[in-house]
Design a protein around this ligand. Sequence first.
Ligand code: ATP
Length: 375
Amino acid sequence: MTTATATATAVPVRGAGVDAAPARATAQTTAIAFEDVSKTFAVDGREFDALKRVNLSVERGEIFGIVGYSGAGKSTLLRTVNGLDRPTSGRVVVDGHDVGSLNPRDLSRLRQRIGMIFQQFNLLQSRTVYQNVAYPLKHAGVPKGELLDRVEELLDFVGLADKALQYPNRLSGGQKQRVGIARALANRPDILISDEATSALDPQTTGEVLDLLQRVNREYGVTILLVTHEMDVVRRIADRVAVMQRGEIVEHGTVYDVFADPVHPTTRRFVSSVISHEAAESTLERIRRVHDGRLVRIHVGDRGSNDPFLSRIARTHRVDFNVVYGGVSELQSRLFGTLTVELLGADADVDAAVRELAGIVEVTDVAIREGASIA
Ligand SMILES: Nc1ncnc2c1ncn2[C@@H]1O[C@H](COP(=O)(O)OP(=O)(O)OP(=O)(O)O)[C@@H](O)[C@H]1O
């Protein structure tokens, strides 16, 4: 566990080891540390801040997702990892090396330890699948026999052994990305960075590529830093996630914590794009037309007991519970969710029931928008 340092801005932080600590203290466990990283571009004679004091650390062996809308600065941040973009201030430390202070030879060596995959695959169209995967190995001077074995192993790993002699234009999008992954793994990198690698793929193919990335992480122990605008990608494979907006990290933490209790409005929007346990205002209005009891939201987390608290409290306080909306999901092998419940009974009994409920789970009253019709 690393020591968290204060971030430049007030960012909701959950879990340990998220913020950047000095490289020497984290070299054992930290794969990538962004330390106060800012990047300013000059656009039409004016300065534009693409990254604003980003502090973040990616631990070895994890899958870390960076999510954000277009223009948030995700790709720029990613490109600082292998020195394609240099921070205007701050530094990026990869495996203990300050990327900005490396000489060209050491930077080139570092780049060999960082694989990269892209939305548009970036394959060499005039080369076969085999040649595409062999390309970085040739570039690194790997002897022919070893190269042959390695390409064979990689094509086997990504399930394309039978496509070795095909050209990229004969492959589906998913197959192209598999070639991209095999190529990125050729030099046995410690880190794989993925820039919207599934954004051009249909949902099923996306799932297959994500499964493959998970195998890359688990079987080869590769740390993965992935950038996406799809929260579902994060939900499916990431351990931790950071949400970016206008060059800043606005929230980060474990995927479970961020999904179970998103704090920043942008995070809430991203989470609700894939999981919606809470009724929208218009739905609430419809619910209200039918249910005129007291509406509360019960926030459900992992509970260590099987106490049937709802029915027990209902009996004790002579109230009825009516579940009118909600859902419970599983993430990282833990449950979370929200149930919107109507309580029916005498006011004093309902109040007492809510009080007892609040001692067991988080409970919030469901507010109705002012002026909403309650027929
Ligand atoms: N070389 C550059 N010169 C000028 N502005 C740039 C440059 N690269 C990026 N930007 C600007 O920086 C901002 C962040 O861009 P970036 O590509 O990092 O965002 P993003 O979150 O990856 O978005 P997208 O998903 O659309 O690629 C954008 O406003 C972009 O126009």
